[in-house]
Design a protein around this ligand. Structure first.
Ligand code: GAL
Length: 648
């Protein structure tokens, strides 16, 4: 459990580096990430490397006792490189090239750019692979940031055709799989297939889904290319990539196969402002972030890397520059976010950035220091968090409790065919996650391909494509399991299953979805004192009786042995009641929480986090003994405050 920061020695005069390094160590930081955007300084002209400054920067940081995470600079190819290969840039859906002058101006599929990446990564690996101060590598930076996963370039087109050929073997198999007889879309060879953009009306959804799968695979191989160079050249160092928030454009489980640590960049206030939260939530949590935003990603990314290792590579330290509105966190929030990550098992929380830059795109983005090197408010909170980490000592990982199954492919499928403007997969998943967290439960968000044993309860908010392997796994599980709306609603080729949804799930639960509807805002179906909005299904359940019905009498929740199918999107409070019932069946203790309070168990400790602007008294909020043995805080948790105690 370490703290760190992101540092850009190339932004600052060399005579302040040593003081910066000393101040980092004094603040309780022990790791520092550098280098990820420094290509133009490392290689100012083609083939001419300037290592001296980076040698000295690494030495200075290392001498202060800091461990270094070195980034590969492939998110920022320099101007000379782009000019030498103008077709290396990605092409957007409207057919326009993504120009030079910011970052991420490359196409994952361009073979020439891949060769350049191999060259620069090899040079870095040879120079610093065995440097004692280097403890880890970060590949590139935030794959997909600024909408850069899907490209419609010539290189991508060529790559897609080869990918299709490998998948389908011959073109008639593709025509059948996609249903290309519809609208005379049949092809005679793979070379006739273009990317699914610039069509008159919507392209064939099967075509789009394969393009998304292809684009995701391109990220996997792009990342692997770098890892394959770094691993042998830098033995014992961790391979890391920094993922983003609320981002599903590529399969993070697949990329994670090649990493040692999945990290992510946590900007709770920016995310609250930019995503689907209501105006009421945006105001209520403007300076805290919604209580489940950070935790959701901690629990998601813990499941993205084989060993479950994860960290926060960039932690918001103050106002950011990129959201529509950029307020400052409440005093205490930076410490709270830090310790919440630790409570979810993070190995590292690293603040972005050490010092606010006075120039260029991110000059309005706070750091731990102000541009004049004075401390910004986050500095003292980082110091406090360093002391908190000491105080809690070592904690063993927590036993498994609830698994939430999350599929990137499901996100692409529903993006491609939402069928209702407000049907957003990620929001459905977040809604259910939030309902679970309001019961005080520990949640692991895992891939549908992950092992399910050991979980007391399983929730699949929606898995439209159910494969045989998952059905076999489910059949072997006794734990209560819920499948949400549209589960089993598509074949892998993006068609409606022959026996209708939920498709393969019918092997375990003989029901049939005979009609689906999406509902515009305001058009709701009352259910007891709750509401179904956005989505509702009509289900033929044969002899299975409904466990819940709308006020009109239509069954929407069916249970068969340990499996439930929910054919609707009910409100969160309704979901919380259902999850409480499932938890009771599984003998899992729930603790219904006030709106602003969240709990997390880590080993022998229980943490509480107050996302509200008013103080909370734990003994009023939680059942059980009032005299807790606190290691952090006390029974009274102030606004943006936290406590941790030895769990009963
Ligand atoms: C991240 C990115 C950083 C920086 C930061 C600003 O998305 O990785 O380089 O731009 O946002 O909040």
């Amino acid at each position: 459990m370490k703290l760190g920061c992101c540092y850009y020695p190339e932004h600052w005069p060399e005579d302040i580096w040593a003081d910066d390094a000393r101040r980092m160590a004094d603040m309780g930081l022990s790791q520092v990430r550098i280098g990820e955007f420094a290509w133009s300084r490392i290689e100012p002209d083609p083939g001419r490397f300037d290592w001296d400054w980076l040698d000295r920067a690494i030495a200075t940081l290392g001498d202060a006792g800091l461990e270094i995470i070195l980034g590969t600079p492939t998110a920022t190819p320099p101007k000379w490189l782009v000019d030498s290969m103008p077709d290396m840039v990605a092409i957007d859906a409207d057919g326009r090239p993504r120009g030079f002058g910011s970052r991420r101006h490359y196409c994952f599929s361009h073979p020439g750019y891949r060769a350049q990446c191999q060259r620069i990564v090899t040079a870095l690996a040879e120079r610093y692979g065995e440097h004692p101060a280097i403890v880890a590598w970060q590949t590139d930076n935030e794959y997909g940031c600024h909408d850069t996963i899907v490209s419609y370039s010539q290189a991508a087109t060529a790559g897609f055709r080869r990918w299709l050929e490998r998948k389908y073997g011959d073109i008639s198999a593709l025509n059948t799989a996609w249903g290309n007889v519809f609208w005379s879309m049949e092809y005679r060879s793979f070379d006739e297939v273009d990317p699914p953009n610039l069509t008159v009306t919507e392209p064939n959804p099967a075509h789009v889904l394969d393009y998304r799968r292809f684009a995701s695979d391109e990220v996997v191989t792009f990342n692997k290319l770098q890892v394959d160079i770094l691993r042998p050249a830098s033995p014992g160092r961790d391979m890391i990539h920094n993922y983003m928030g609320f981002f599903t454009e590529f399969d993070h489980h697949d990329v994670g196969q090649d990493l040692d640590v999945a990290s992510w960049d946590s900007y709770p206030l920016g995310f609250l402002e930019q995503f689907w939260f209501s105006d009421e939530e945006k105001l209520r949590y403007a300076r805290q972030g919604h209580p489940d935003i950070a935790a959701f990603h901690h629990d998601l990314y813990r499941g993205c890397c084989a060993g479950g290792r994860w960290s926060v590579m960039e932690q918001q330290p103050g106002p950011v520059n990129w959201a529509r509105y950029n307020p400052a966190p409440l005093p205490g929030m930076v410490r709270l976010w830090t310790m919440e990550a630790i409570a979810h098992g993070a190995e590292l929380v690293s603040y972005f950035r050490w010092r606010q830059a006075a120039f260029a795109q991110e000059q309005m983005h706070a750091g731990l220091l102000r541009p004049d090197s004075g401390e910004a408010p986050a500095a003292s909170e980082a110091r406090q968090a360093a002391q908190d980490i000491e105080a809690i000592g070592d904690n063993r990982p927590t036993a498994k409790s609830v698994a939430l199954l999350f599929s990137y492919e499901a996100a692409w499928l529903f993006d491609t065919q939402p069928q209702g403007a407000s049907f957003r997969y990620l929001e459905l998943v977040f809604d259910m996650y939030s309902a679970l967290r309001q019961l005080g439960l520990n949640v692991d968000i895992i891939s549908p391909r992950a092992a399910l044993d050991g979980y007391g309860m399983i929730v699949a908010p929606s898995l439209p494509i159910l494969d045989d392997q998952l059905i076999t796994q489910i059949a072997a599980v006794d734990a209560p399991i819920l499948f949400g709306p549209r589960s089993g609603s598509k074949t892998p080729d993006f068609a409606i299953p022959e026996a209708l949804p939920p498709g393969p799930l019918q092997r375990l639960m003989p029901i049939k979805v005979s009609r689906v509807e999406s509902l515009r805002p305001g058009l709701v179906e009352p259910i007891a004192s709750h509401e179904i909005s956005r989505w509702i299904e009509q289900i033929d359940a044969g002899t299975i009786t409904a466990e819940a019905r709308t006020d009109k009498g239509d069954g929407i929740l069916f249970a068969h042995e340990n499996i439930r199918y929910l054919g609707a999107w009910p409100d969160q409070a309704w979901m919380t009641n259902l999850f409480a019932k499932m938890a009771a069946e599984a003998n899992i203790t729930t603790r219904p929480l006030p709106r602003d309070l969240r709990l997390r168990q880590l080993g022998s400790l229980c943490f509480a986090f107050n996302y509200g602007t008013a103080a909370l008294t734990l003994s009023d909020c939680l059942a059980g003994s009032a005299d807790r043995e606190f290691v952090l805080g006390s029974d009274l948790i102030g606004p943006a405050g936290l406590a941790a105690w030895v769990a009963d």
